[in-house]
Design a protein around this ligand. Structure first.
Ligand code: ADE
Ligand code: ZN
Length: 319
């Protein structure tokens, strides 16, 4: 029996497996610049975050209809359930779809067809978190928030992702304020490739309750002390960090030092179709490479529920 856990850092578009990509491409008459799934898989060698994002955005071309988003989400939920996931807080990137002429209603409607019946069908409760692309303008983010207003009953929070360096959190201060006024929860990617100052900015200027990645906090002891003091959860993604070269090898991942420092760490899969494993694969990989104890593994799983946006009573049921 896999350890029951919540997954808090998961881009639904990053769960697009090559087989599904080709099936959707055929269904929608979209031509992919790869002969077959083997050739596509060979492209999964990344130098850094940007080289991954280039492929990630390219493959999204196959996602066109509500049915596509529903199929994508159901495929993820089925795999997640098999890996012990009881609760998933799922990111999506509407700007990447709006730019291709796929509307907010198609994206949210399609995802919701899977998420709305996920407890019954997969035994997984869910939340939806809408991310803004930080390499797009603040005005575009604000327009996206506006476009989401008819769907806010299905969207729990907002996040910030895509190319980090050169796009500090301060750029999105106004949109985060507007989202907070709408009652949305707030998270942001920070300190994946960007400096520790971006983590501080995300906390101070965006009011985030959780930091996605946050890896580079370890370069700033005062920031670590603050994150510990304020019990700010970090959603770490170890296999992603290796594939995108934030760390050289898993055996050098700072997770054990982060746990020892008292940080509220969680383990997640980020973009599992691209990075070689779903969430339980990440748990097993860190256990094997870093020698984590059974108690540390259980603590990571416990943290995932504590750091979730579930209410207390829901959290106890999910565990
Ligand atoms: N979008 C999808 N995965 C991402 C990651 N790891 N960092 C930033 N943006 C992303
Ligand atoms: Zn991410």
């Amino acid at each position: 029996m896999p350890l029951p856990k919540a997954e808090l850092h998961l881009h639904i578009e990053g769960t697009l497996e090559p087989e599904l990509a080709f099936r959707l491409a055929a269904r929608n008459g979209v031509e992919l610049p790869y002969a077959d799934t083997d050739e596509l898989r060979k492209a999964y060698r990344f130098e850094d975050l940007q080289s991954f994002l280039d492929l990630y955005y390219q493959l999204m071309a196959v996602l066109r209809t509500e049915q596509d988003f529903e199929d994508l989400a159901n495929a993820y939920l089925e795999r997640a359930a098999a890996q012990g996931v009881r609760h998933a807080e799922i990111f999506f990137d509407p700007q990447a779809h709006l730019a291709r002429g796929v509307g907010m209603g198609t994206v949210v409607g399609g995802l919701w067809r899977a998420l709305g019946s996920s407890v019954e069908n997969h035994g997984v409760s869910t939340r939806l978190i809408m991310c803004f692309l930080r390499d797009e303008s603040a005005e575009s983010a604000m327009r996206t928030l506006d476009a989401a207003k008819p769907y806010l009953d299905r969207i729990t929070g907002i996040g910030l992702d895509s190319a980090e360096v050169g796009h500090p959190p301060v750029k999105f201060r106004a949109v985060y304020e507007a989202a907070a006024a709408l009652g949305l929860r707030r998270v942001a990617h920070a300190g994946e490739e960007g400096p520790p100052e971006y983590i501080t900015e995300a906390l101070d200027l965006l009011g985030v309750e959780r930091v996605d990645h946050g890896l580079r906090c370890m370069e700033d002891p005062e920031l670590v002390a603050r994150l510990v003091r304020e019990r700010i959860p970090l959603t770490l993604c170890p296999l992603s960090n290796v594939r995108l070269r934030a760390v050289d090898v898993l055996a050098e991942h700072p997770l054990p030092a982060m746990i020892d420092a008292g940080l509220l760490c969680t383990v997640n899969s980020d973009d599992p179709a691209y990075f070689g494993g779903y969430v339980a694969d990440n748990y097993h990989a860190v256990r094997d490479a870093l020698g984590l104890s059974r108690e540390q593994m259980r603590e990571l799983a416990r943290n995932s529920f504590l750091a979730s946006f579930l209410e207390d009573d829901e959290e106890l049921r999910a565990r």
